[in-house]
Design a protein around this ligand. Structure first.
Ligand code: ISL
Length: 510
């Protein structure tokens, strides 16, 4: 029907097994009116109609578990949908037992209580005529914020989490984990004073002491803050997604839409910082992109002549770092950004609101579209490209969002059997990580830290060492390379004194 669904994932488990992954993180699959692609949940214990049924999810869990693949669900509990029964009841009367599950404030001087802004543009306060109060929403007005100060609300959330844990899931990706401790009256959103009390309580009441993986999404957290989530006492999360490394191609201090050329030295220093920091305590997650970002190869690589080389380079760089690598669907075949001609072809609420907000401020439609082409979340949300038939083999009916027209050349079918494909490069990297303890535990050390074109580092453990050299540009770069054995590279033969465009080599020494 043109909408991806659970049966579709079940159908493709063989493909994922071939790739070699161990876990699938599903973006929200729960009942939702889809104001924000499922991140607005109206029933946490039921499946979105468009995605299938609970029986489908049970089957997916069973079949995935049978082949050693765990399923990570997306836990979206900073807010619910305004169509959740709790909010419907809360809004129906100030006396509702659910009123205090959300955050309500009286008007101040006939207007919103304060200047708090939504991440999706405009005020974070929506007026409710019936009760003459505002409710708070850090995202869209159809995503009212849950009130974490309410212990009854928290207990209900934990009950729901245990419902899924009992079904045999592998863990949770925790959406906007840094926002629960918000103090709206003081304009505090991320990392509020009670945040870690809530997360520790959640851990204790649900996934703690179980063999489950948890990864918290933390956009606004700096290093000392991140350490609190992933300290060694295991009282909070297994790891977090922090996003500092994805902030080096916009104007410092401004939001992602203010484009600037990539600050490569800044990016390197940042990855170095996080790698070293987690040397003895905590654990990194490693990723170049997700459903909220542009596609890695378009953003950091080359979509023209060096598409294959640059996609493989990015994969190599990431997979040899210390931490758990995450691949975003289609990254493994080098899927690229999209540039729809019309804003009307975009589906993402953030993109649509951004277009309106920027053009209202006087930016030209052209300039606004350039930012959208670089940073829209829809860049990564176009349908998966399976083959070169209609709609890239994603569906027979017209998909919910247009397919990237490059599906004719960039697709799974053309890559699975080609030993030199991007897909098989990912496979080899995953395989290497499974075979070599060194790639999991080895100590990271950056080399050539001031080099403006090369990203290079070593990993060492005992008498074993790998050295990774990556050319981040389309230039020929002179440099003296190690003479060690080559484990994997993205060119047929390596030169001893030059890195070719986007060349990436893993050397091994024992
Ligand atoms: O996407 C962003 C920047 O472009 C972030 O501000 C993002 O909205 C933020 O990281 C929270 O993301 C998560 O929660 C949102 C949802 O829209 C995102 O898809 C999700 O990953 C609200 O639930």
């Amino acid at each position: 029907d043109g909408i991806g669904d659970l049966r579709g994932i079940i159908e493709k488990l063989d493909y994922l097994q071939l790739l070699g992954i161990d876990v699938i993180w599903l973006s929200p699959t729960f009942k939702s009116p889809n104001d924000d692609n499922g991140y607005d949940i109206s029933d946490y214990e039921d499946i979105m109609d468009e995605f299938g049924t609970m029986a489908d999810l049970d089957e997916l869990l069973l079949k995935a578990n049978n082949i050693g693949i765990k399923i990570l669900l997306d836990l979206v509990v900073n807010h619910s949908s305004d169509e959740h029964k709790w909010f419907i009841s809360a809004q129906s009367s100030k006396d509702s037992e659910y009123r205090d599950y959300y955050i309500w404030r009286d008007p101040v001087n006939g207007a919103a209580p304060n200047e708090l802004q939504s991440f999706f543009f405009g005020s974070a306060w929506e007026f409710d005529y019936a009760s003459n109060q505002y409710y708070m929403h850090l995202f869209s007005k159809k995503q009212p914020d849950l009130n974490w100060e309410n212990p009854k609300m928290r207990t209900d959330i934990y009950k729901m989490m245990n419902f899924w844990i009992d079904k045999g899931i592998g863990g949770f990706r925790i959406d906007t984990a840094e926002l629960y401790g918000k103090v709206p009256d003081e304009m505090i959103t991320a990392n509020g004073p009670l945040l870690h009390d809530y997360i520790k309580e959640m851990n204790k009441e649900t996934f703690g002491r179980k063999d489950l993986l948890t990864v918290g999404e933390c956009w606004a957290s700096t290093l000392p803050e991140v350490m609190k989530y992933v300290n060694d006492d295991a009282s909070e999360f297994s790891m977090v997604f922090e996003f500092e490394h994805l902030c080096f191609d916009h104007v410092p201090g401004k939001d992602k839409w203010h484009l600037s050329p990539l600050d490569f030295i800044g990016l390197k220093a940042n990855i170095n910082k996080w790698q070293n920091n987690f040397e003895n305590i905590g654990w990194n997650s490693l990723f170049w992109n997700n459903h909220d970002t542009a596609r890695a190869v378009s953003r950091f690589g080359n979509t023209g002549k060096y598409w294959t080389e640059s996609a493989k380079m990015l994969a190599t760089l990431l997979h040899c770092l210390k931490g758990t690598p995450y691949i975003y669907q289609g990254e493994e075949i080098g899927m690229t950004n999209i540039a729809f001609e019309s804003i009307h072809d975009y589906r993402d609420i953030e993109t649509i609101n951004f277009y309106k907000s920027w053009t209202d401020e006087g930016h030209s439609p052209d300039e606004t579209m350039q930012s959208i082409y670089a940073k829209s979340r829809d860049n990564s949300r176009t349908p998966m490209q399976w083959n070169n038939s209609n709609f890239g083999g994603f569906s027979q009916a017209e998909p919910w969002i247009k397919v990237n027209p490059n599906f004719a050349t960039i697709n799974v079918e053309s890559q699975v059997n080609d030993d030199n494909s991007i897909f098989n490069h990912y496979r080899k990297l995953i395989q290497l990580r499974k075979e070599m303890d060194l790639l999991v535990f080895g100590k990271f050390e950056m080399i050539l830290s001031e080099h403006s074109k090369i990203f290079a580092y070593t990993r060492t453990q005992g008498d074993e060492k790998i050295t990774v050299y990556c050319n981040f540009t389309s230039d020929l770069v002179a440099c003296t390379l190690p003479t060690d054995r080559i484990l994997l590279s993205n060119y047929k033969e390596c030169l001893s004194d030059t890195l070719r465009p986007y060349e990436a080599i893993i050397f091994y020494n024992k």
